[in-house]
Write a protein that binds this ligand. Sequence first.
Ligand code: URA
Ligand code: SF4
Length: 196
Amino acid sequence: MNQLETIKQNVIKCTKCDLYKTRTNSVPGKGNFQSDVIFVGEAPGRNEDKNGEPFVGAAGKKLSAALEGAGVSREDVYITNVVKCRPPNNRVPNTNERDTCKEYLKNEILIIKPKIICVLGNTAFNSVLGGSEITKFRGKLVRKDNQLYFLTIHPAATIYNQELISTLNEDIKKLFNLITELKNNKIVSIDIEYTS
Ligand code: URA
Ligand code: SF4
């Protein structure tokens, strides 16, 4: 079994935090293990809990559309969440749940070694980089401990807001332009340096 498959099996049977009691299915990350980018959301919603796959509901459609707009198919990338089980009533996962679950994300990153980690929305921004106010920092490229991160809004924020759809779509295009530049060994400019 490959290493990502091992994580997946561990997530499926995980009982490390109380969210296992109310979930229907755990939602392991999914996608291309050779992807240049990992997308990190908050936590599964109702559809994801039902299907056991990340971003398959309304927010997922927005993410897929943004990817298509950038000429990228969902299958080409790797998509995951900070927390792998649905919090009841879609509440924001608490600190204990995030801290308990974060080893899985850490290992997904270690295995895939993405050029850029794309942080989707405030919860992921806070969990992964300790940040807040994603609307202020979206569209920016961050470097921390030699890892690059790209910040954008959560796709769910675009569901009832047409203006934010173009924000998301433009950010995702910028993300893949940055990836192309990195692959061509061009020097990209870092917007924010985080020190740990
Ligand atoms: N929202 C998330 O943050 N993650 C999902 O997988 C679906 C919706
Ligand atoms: Fe385990 Fe994470 Fe699910 Fe909690 S949310 S039970 S830590 S997989």
